[in-house]
Each structure stands twice: as C-alpha cells, then as structure tokens.
Design a protein around this ligand. Structure first.
Ligand SMILES: Nc1ncnc2c1ncn2[C@@H]1O[C@H](COP(=O)(O)OP(=O)(O)O)[C@@H](O)[C@H]1O
Ligand SMILES: [Mg+2]
Length: 367
C-alpha cells in the first residue's frame, strides 16, 4: 500500500519536474529565437544580444543562489530557536548560595531520615515513603526488591537529580542540599547497568572517570579494577579504538571499563547498579572480582541482581513500594523467610533460600 503511494508520489513529482523544466527551456529558447531574429533583421546588434545573454545568465544564477541561502537561513533559525529554548531552560536543582563542605570527606556515611519523595511527573504516587536508614562508612548495602520498589530512585536522590519531598538526606551529617552539586557528585562514583562507551580508545574511555588523570593513573586504575590484562591483549593495547558506543566490547567488558572509571575517580561512595543481563560464568567472575576491588574501603550501595553480591553484602535492604520491608545481614534475612527469601527464590532461582540455605549453590545464580 505505502509502496504504491510512494510510486504514485514519485511519478507526480517526476511529471511536475518534467513540465517545469520543459517550460523553462522553451522560455529560454523563445527569448533566444526572438533575439536572434532581431539581430538578423538588424534592430539589435550582435554585441548587445551577447551581453543580454550574459547578464540574464548572471541574474538567473544569483537569484537561485539567493533562494538557496534563504532556505539555509530559515533552517538555521529553526534550529537556533530550539537551542535557545534548551539554553534558557532553568535547572530545577541549584547550588546553594553558600555551600557547606563535607567533613572528613575521605570516608562517607549516608543518612536517610524519614525521606519521602514523589516524582514531579507522577505526584499521585509516592516513590519513596518515609524511608530511614543509616549506612556506615565502608559498609556494603545491597538493595533488593521487586521492580518499581524505589531502588533506582534512592540513587537519583543521593545524586540529587531530584530533591526529596520531605525528610532529610545527609552525607557525614551534612544535608546534601547544603553542598555544591560538584562536591556532592564528586563524592560518588557510579557503575551503571548499561555503561556508555565513547567512540574513543580504551585509555580515553577510562580517563572519563577523572578527566585530569595522567596516563599512568589511568593504567593504575585499570590494573586495580583487574581490567588491565584484557586491555593489554587488545590489538593496540590502551590505544585500541573501542568502536561506536563500545560495539566491539561484550557486556561484561563494558562493565569492567565502567569499574575502572569508578576506581580512577576514587570517590568514597560507590553506587552500583548490577546488570540484569546474563553474562557467561567467566565474564561474571571477572566483573565480580573487579567490583570487589572497587568496593574495598568504600561505602557501597548496590542494586543487586546476583546472589553472590547479596550474600557478600554487610547488610541487605529489602524495599517494596518505597518502604523498607526487611533489613538485616544476609544470614538474618535468610532465617526470617519473609519477602527476601521469596524474592531470592524467584530472582536468584533458589527455592526457599531461608529453608534450605545449605543447599544453595556456591556459584552465582542468574535469572
Ligand atoms: N522519571 C520518573 N518519573 C515518574 N515516575 C517514576 C520515574 N522513575 C521511576 N518512577 C516511578 O517510581 C517508582 C520507583 O521506581 P524505581 O526507583 O525506578 O524502581 P526500581 O529501581 O526499584 O525498579 C516506580 O513506581 C516508578 O514507576
Ligand atoms: Mg531500577
């Protein structure tokens, strides 16, 4: 159907073009014919005729150029209008006039005190509901819960992409709204679920974690994240182009680059959103080792999708509908047999983690 209409459209366009071109050409031929007759009758000199043709040609070509330029100007005006709209958009979240600083910023504790939040786009639904939790310096806390529970929202609030609706959110006892955004976000390194790889070489891709880092620092971070052996095996080592959006890398390799970025940033807080996509066992072990290195000595919040991560955490928070429904050490929660053990059986493929914990396989279980 659409093919037929397309054919019909092209036919009409071709016909129109033929008519217009034929019209223009016959007009030119007619003018030349009139001129030539006048020259042969002697009412026009051949020099005058020649200069008429020359000038007519010049005028025609400049008119067509002007039409083209005008089209360009209109297009640029449209694009500029959209750009200006973006430039004039005001950020909802702003730096305070007199920002405070975080004391003892080498380490970080995080306090959620009675935090409630709903997204501006969705005011009817509470995304986080009166949530209170204190996360100690160096602790690893796994966030577990069904989809839509509010796990990612906790990250967004910590990064201050949104301001909380009520309660307070503090780092080392300082309300994050009192900090400059640069200082706040400088405290955190993020390993996202789907890391973005830029079309640049491996060295530059890792340097993105801290743009002023030297080559030696980048390589040291790659070593620390255990990604160096992989990069060194690439055809041109650190100079290897990683392809448009990292298409030359597997999911696990992309994540390991992101871990190296986080190591390079060397921030006291690590926010980790584990990939849900299944990696093969070897890739997963490599990612896991890199992560363990990155978590070392950092306050880590991890949205956990793998059993190994959950079981190695110091504490587990089980969220549902924006509330903490259970929390405790992995051993405590396994014994309880609540939402966590039900989730564990669904999400991690274990049947009643609480009931037969001893039969739990040693290796990582994926969905
Ligand atoms: N940008 C957004 N605008 C409006 N509502 C959102 C937005 N992001 C998430 N939500 C809602 O907030 C709730 C929590 O979502 P989220 O934190 O992404 O859950 P999780 O990461 O645990 O799966 C969900 O009900 C979700 O629909
Ligand atoms: Mg999420």
């Amino acid at each position: 159907m659409s093919f037929k209409t397309a054919v019909a459209r092209i036919r009409i366009r071709a016909l129109m073009a033929a008519v217009v071109i034929a019209g223009i050409s016959s007009a030119i031929v007619f003018v030349l014919w009139v001129g030539a007759r006048q020259v042969s009758q002697g009412s026009l000199s051949s020099g005058e005729f020649a200069s008429f043709i020359l000038y007519a040609g010049l005028v025609a070509s400049s008119v067509s150029t002007m039409a083209e330029v005008w089209g360009d100007i209109m297009r640029a005006a449209g694009a500029a209008g959209r750009l200006l709209e973006l430039l004039q958009a005001e950020a909802q979240i702003e730096d305070p006039a007199q920002p405070s600083h975080i004391p003892q910023a080498e380490q970080a504790s995080i306090q959620f005190e009675n935090v409630s939040f709903h997204y501006p786009a969705n005011p009817g639904r509470t995304a986080i509901d009166q949530l209170s939790i204190e996360i100690l310096p160096g602790e690893t806390v796994a966030l577990v819960g069904p989809s839509g529970a509010g796990k990612s929202t906790m990250f967004q609030l910590l990064l201050r992409f949104y301001d909380i609706t009520s309660g307070s959110l503090k780092i080392n006892g300082v309300d994050i709204r009192a900090l400059s955004l640069a200082e706040l976000r400088g405290m955190m390194a993020i390993v996202p679920q789907e890391p973005v790889i830029f079309s640049a070489n491996a060295l530059e891709n890792i340097r993105y974690g801290r743009p002023d880092a030297s080559d030696a620092e980048v390589i040291a971070a790659a070593r620390a994240a255990l990604v160096a052996p992989f990069i060194e095996r690439l055809p041109e080592g650190y100079q290897t182009f990683l392809g448009e959006r990292g298409t030359r890398l597997s999911g696990g390799e992309r994540q390991r680059i992101a871990i190296a970025r986080a190591m390079l940033k060397n921030a006291p807080i690590l926010l980790l959103d584990e990939a849900t996509s299944a990696l093969d066992t070897e890739a997963e072990t490599l990612v896991q080792r890199g992560l363990e290195a990155a978590m070392q000595g950092r306050t880590t919040l991890v949205i956990a999708h793998r059993l190994a991560t959950v079981q190695n955490a110091d504490r587990i928070l089980v969220l549902d509908q924006g509330r903490i429904v259970e929390h405790g050490t992995p051993a405590e929660l396994s014994r309880k047999g609540g939402l966590y053990s039900r989730l564990a059986s669904q999400q991690f493929g274990l049947h009643g983690l609480g009931a037969d914990h001893h039969h739990a396989p040693q290796s990582d279980i994926r969905r």
